[in-house]
Design a binder for this molecule. Structure first.
Ligand SMILES: NC(=O)c1ccc[n+]([C@@H]2O[C@H](COP(=O)([O-])OP(=O)(O)OC[C@H]3O[C@@H](n4cnc5c(N)ncnc54)[C@H](OP(=O)(O)O)[C@@H]3O)[C@@H](O)[C@H]2O)c1
Length: 280
């Protein structure tokens, strides 16, 4: 049995792919109603909360492999690591980012703390270090459809965006056949680097109408995130992370997705084509 710790963007797609291959897969969900679609395709949905170790232990029954993905609050993910160690789980795939203990971004420091805890646990593991998800743009989709513009503090910085569905596909592949991937760290990106002006040009081409990119300050970016419901501390952290793109933080590519999946990673053009309705 493979346990996926949340039914978010990566977890729900990984669960769907594993169920499609006939693997026994369970997802822990604090609101099982949100995972109803996964139940329908054969995923076992276990109600639980990452803050409640007993609920994680219950979901860990008969589990051999874990896909550890969540908003990456250290205490919560380390609860999963402890539970997996108690249950003698064979392997953990950890979804992470460009984490380091001295990062100016709290979420990255949190990821580094979780990675250290996982490594210290003695469990076999694989780290998936992703670049920015293309799906982050969906937060701006309704504004783009209304105004034909969007902005950020990323300036002219380049990003090796990855489609979260490809992160899920890599996680599913490794969780079902972990042996060649034990102890490895992979860098997950799409096939190309784009600036946000390049994203606007791709939106213009695919949607067939003009979409413009506006350079914003970090404060303007934070306010824009809060205006679509992101809580203030998260908006501040995300805006800071986006502003680092201008300094080259996300200007990296890797061939790990095609090497593991045997196919190319999705392009931004493909992502927008698949989500055309959200932007229209
Ligand atoms: N976005 C990026 O650009 C990017 C880049 C690299 C790495 N990452 C990493 O990707 C991870 C996030 O993955 P994602 O985008 O798939 O997540 P997501 O779509 O934001 O979903 C988060 C999930 O976690 C659940 N959750 C939150 N708190 C919980 C709790 N206490 N107990 C149980 N479930 C809980 C949520 O449930 P509810 O629906 O009930 O809230 C939701 O299903 C993070 O580790 C992040 O650092 C992201």
């Amino acid at each position: 049995m493979i346990l996926i710790t949340t039914p978010g963007k990566v977890g729900s797609e990984a669960a769907r792919l594993l169920a499609e291959r006939g693997e026994a897969v369970r997802v822990l969900a604090r609101d099982p109603a949100k995972a109803a679609g996964l139940s329908q395709v054969g995923v076992d949905v276990a109600e639980g909360d990452l803050n409640v170790p007993a609920s994680i232990d219950a979901a860990m029954r008969d589990v051999t492999s874990v896909v550890l993905v969540s908003p990456a609050v250290p205490a919560q993910e380390l609860n999963v690591v402890d539970s997996a160690a108690r249950a003698d789980v064979a392997h953990v795939v950890k979804i992470t980012s460009k984490a380091s203990a001295d990062s100016p971004i709290a979420r990255q420091r949190g990821q580094a703390e979780i990675e250290s805890g996982l490594i210290a646990s003695g469990l076999e593991y694989t780290l998936l270090r992703s670049n920015f998800y293309m799906q982050n743009l969906l937060m701006l989709a309704s504004a783009i459809s209304r105004t034909g513009r969007f902005g950020s503090s990323a300036g002219a910085g380049q990003v090796g965006f990855i489609d979260a569905r490809d992160v899920a596909a890599v996680a599913a592949e490794i969780a079902s056949s972990p042996d060649p991937h034990i102890g490895r760290t992979y860098l997950l990106t799409g096939p190309e680097m784009l600036s946000y002006a390049g994203v606007a040009a791709t939106l213009t081409t695919v949607l067939g109408r003009s979409v413009a990119f506006d350079e914003r300050t970090v404060e303007e970016d934070k306010q824009a995130m809060m205006s679509v419901g992101v809580p203030e501390p998260t908006a501040a952290m995300n805006a800071h992370a986006v502003s680092l793109i201008a300094e080259g933080e996300a200007a990296w590519l890797s061939d790990d997705v095609p090497a593991i999946l045997g196919r190319q990673a999705r392009t931004f053009q493909q992502f927008i084509t698949d989500h055309r309705a959200a932007f229209s």
